[in-house]
Design a protein around this ligand. Structure first.
Ligand SMILES: [Zn+2]
Length: 467
């Protein structure tokens, strides 16, 4: 039988499939054609079946499904290290708000691209971005362009806010709800949803939107079948203000107004009680868990084990670089597990397999993309990354999943592929001059911080080569 011609064959790898049986396949190959996984199985068998235009020998290496980063704010790459010692509201007022107000479209593209490149190094193949209000439509365009240029699969959102000056939201970030609905109408026309990129609706937090704004955003979302994301209960402020405004906690209020539904991705959920969990479960609300950000801002520890045991769909996120200081999903895997163990005083409450499930299958379900991504199976998208035992940090590997979660670092990720396209190989980004982008990013971030004053609490300023 004549071998079938295909684009790419990855051979001799240990494949962590994340399929229903969580099979791990030794000395296996994965065939890629038209951006999808055509087949996977024993290397000898696939080498006989296929004649690949390119074959990559992955002997001694491990293939994982691409990680799904369910939450970030890409533009915040500009703000790394500026937010130390501030709670959420202060940090928005001092750091991220001024940055969003003064950022130019060119800077937006640069920071977003830099953030995407960092994620590619960390095995991420899908990302949900949450931009702030775009004071010019070109900001949307350049943000989305960076996501498209990066090669990642993406969901783009831009925060609706018509309220919240008293709580630290800058007036420049606030507009009437009609303005945001018009923006979203234009965005959906310009970027109709597909597997690679879709525009979703974002609300910053319950304290950044009026009741009328909430109703308008929900009506738009339902009318256009566009899923929504919102930070919910990142700390105690949401419940405190909801009690003042509506005489009940925020999640029961959201239930009352019909806001809770399967098309809602709730971000953080740090302050979550049993009633909230039951409401999320009843409405199949999806949850994004961002442990590094929650620790950095001192927000607390989300009860993810409880939520997982209730059957909720959980994805992992890094959150923006302003409250994480990197976009490192590999680090997030470890933190996601350790913080839950520490909180419970019990090492057995969550294991490495569960955390990897959150970062792959859970993220895929949270994005309604479970038929396409989240595991390595024939017919799904060729979204994956490869880990090598190439540093003292990860060697020796006994259990590939435990090693990735607890010993892995971005330096161990030696190949990242999204939609069948190799984006990074042997540490080298394939489609951009990364060094040049990082050099421009450094200069642009300093200039923007100076211009908008987001660096006013910095005590040891960077002078670089200009010093
Ligand atoms: Zn966030």
């Amino acid at each position: 039988m004549t071998p079938q011609a295909i684009e790419l064959l990855l051979t001799h790898a240990l494949i962590v499939t994340q399929d229903a049986a969580r099979r791990v396949l030794p000395d296996s190959a994965l065939a890629v054609q038209n951006g999808r996984i055509l087949a996977l199985g024993p290397t000898a068998e696939l080498c006989a079946r296929f004649a690949a235009a390119e074959a990559i020998d992955l002997s001694g290496k491990i293939i994982f499904p691409g990680l799904v980063n369910t939450h970030t704010h890409l533009f915040q790459v500009a703000t790394k290290g500026l937010g130390e010692d501030m709670a959420v509201q202060d940090w928005v007022e001092v750091v991220t708000g001024p940055t969003a107000i003064h950022i130019t479209p060119e800077e937006m593209n640069l920071f977003c691209l830099s953030g995407c490149l960092e994620m590619i190094h960390g095995g991420v193949t899908t990302v949900v971005d949450m931009s702030y209000r775009a004071h010019t439509f070109a900001l949307h365009e350049q943000n989305i362009l960076a996501m498209q240029q990066s090669g990642l699969r993406g969901r783009y959102t831009s925060i609706i806010s018509d309220f919240g000056v008293d709580y630290g939201v800058a007036p420049q970030l606030i507009m009437p709800i009609e303005w945001f609905i018009d923006q979203y109408g234009r965005l959906l026309d310009r970027y109709p949803p597909d597997d690679r990129l879709a525009v979703w609706v974002a609300i910053g937090a319950p304290w950044t939107i009026s009741d009328e704004g909430m109703a308008g955003a929900l009506e738009f979302s339902l009318r256009t079948s566009t899923p929504m994301v919102m930070h919910i209960n990142e700390n105690g402020v949401d419940n405190y203000l909801s009690q003042q405004r509506h005489a009940k906690n925020i999640v029961p209020y959201l239930d009352e107004i019909g806001f809770l539904r399967p098309d809602l991705l709730a971000i953080h959920c740090v302050v979550t009680n049993d009633e909230d969990i039951e409401l999320y479960r009843r409405h199949d609300v999806k949850i994004s868990y961002n442990p590094v950000s929650n620790m950095y801002l001192g927000s607390g520890i989300a009860p993810m084990v409880k939520m997982a045991r209730a059957g909720l769909t959980i994805g992992l996120g890094v959150d923006g670089a302003g409250s994480n200081n990197s976009q490192d999903m590999i680090e997030t895997l470890k933190m996601a597990a350790l913080v839950q163990k520490a909180a419970a005083g019990d090492a057995s409450v969550v294991d490495a397999q569960t955390v990897l499930d959150w970062a792959t299958l859970g993220g895929a379900r949270a994005l309604r993309l479970e038929d396409n991504i989240g595991s390595l199976e024939p017919g799904k998208c060729a979204d994956l990354f490869v880990v090598a035992p190439n540093s003292a940090r990860i060697v020796p590997i006994h259990d590939p999943v435990a090693s990735l979660v607890y010993s892995g670092g971005v330096e161990n990720v030696v190949l990242t592929m999204a939609n069948g396209k190799v984006l990074m190989r042997e540490g080298v980004i394939q489609h951009f001059d990364e060094a040049e982008i990082l050099c421009r990013c450094q200069e642009a971030a300093l200039a923007l911080a100076q211009r908008c004053g987001s660096n006013r609490k910095v005590r040891r300023s960077w002078k670089g080569s200009a010093a």
